[in-house]
Design a protein around this ligand. Sequence first.
Ligand SMILES: Cc1cc2nc3c(=O)[nH]c(=O)nc-3n(C[C@H](O)[C@H](O)[C@H](O)COP(=O)(O)O)c2cc1C
Length: 343
Amino acid sequence: MDAERAHTLGISSLARLQSSPKLLHAVGKIANKRYPVLHQEILGLPFASPIGLAAGLDKNAEAIESWGALGFGFAEVGSVTPLAQPGNDKPRLFRIPKERSIQNAMGFNNEGMDAMHERIKERFPLHYPLGVNLGKNKATPMEKALDDYFTLIPRMEEVCDYFVINLSSPNTPGLRELENPKSIKALFSRATQETDKPIFLKISPDNQIHYTVEQCATAVGAGASGIIATNTSIDYSLTNEAKDFGGLSGALIKEKSFSVFDAIAAELYGKTILISVGGIDSAAEAYRRIKAGASLVQVYSALIYEGPLFIRRLNKELAELVEMSGLTSISEAIGLSRNEVNL
Ligand SMILES: Cc1cc2nc3c(=O)[nH]c(=O)nc-3n(C[C@H](O)[C@H](O)[C@H](O)COP(=O)(O)O)c2cc1C
């Protein structure tokens, strides 16, 4: 089946699932096993598991309760833009099965902030932290781009637990041009005045490492609560199966995403909250990111390949890894390999 059609069908079945409380409860009993060793409190929010849903899968917040039932400890919806927009022309979503990867050029197709607000309001607060990932409309001129984020924050504030400012999608022309320290500083200095909710910066894996670290340090200096690393990559040399447009995700970006995360953690671990995303496809990989300094991790592509019981397996195996390490809580594992390096 065409990848985008399969995606739409998947989301609509999860939306149907949450409209039946009985069915949702039954699925939760199977998929949402809780492990006390995985529980932690971060920024005042309770995370039953460090495994979260990455942005872009539930762009319009249609299945928010279902993500909890599948075992996610948190979920991020969006990217949402102020106004509804159709996104790029189709086809724009491609599987690369041999590499267990995906290439997408969706372009922030979404129903806009008012529709998302209405939908979340019916169910918020959830029993897990919900993030809203913010993007700019394609039609907003670059000189007004930052205003889109200042429009989104007050509108969405009452229906989320944290925000993510996304300057790193490769599919909105000009967006990555905002990923410079000057814009980041202007954006975070003002955004953090507009809300008390935590705000994260989500960054791209495609810049020079020292520049990426500077971007992140600038965001944190201007009040960001943390960094989400990384978004998809436009490094098409990673495979000869790639098209020459859109962003790559999944196993193909695993090492790139890890090394960008690791460089950020070398500078910022202990000073801010770090979330790792990109190519996480097993409990061992999630644990490696956590030991490198991630308080939380997110998945997207591996869920597509592994199916809905993947998160149950990740939680079970991650809890086993924590116990096998002789630790009593996942929070003791955060940054463990950094501390070993420093000793
Ligand atoms: C089809 C698709 C759409 C995405 N849309 C968004 C988005 O709207 N906003 C965003 O911040 N990231 C988006 N992402 C990036 C993911 O959140 C994640 O950073 C990236 O896929 C790497 O994780 P993975 O290797 O586990 O897939 C998207 C990814 C895919 C595959």
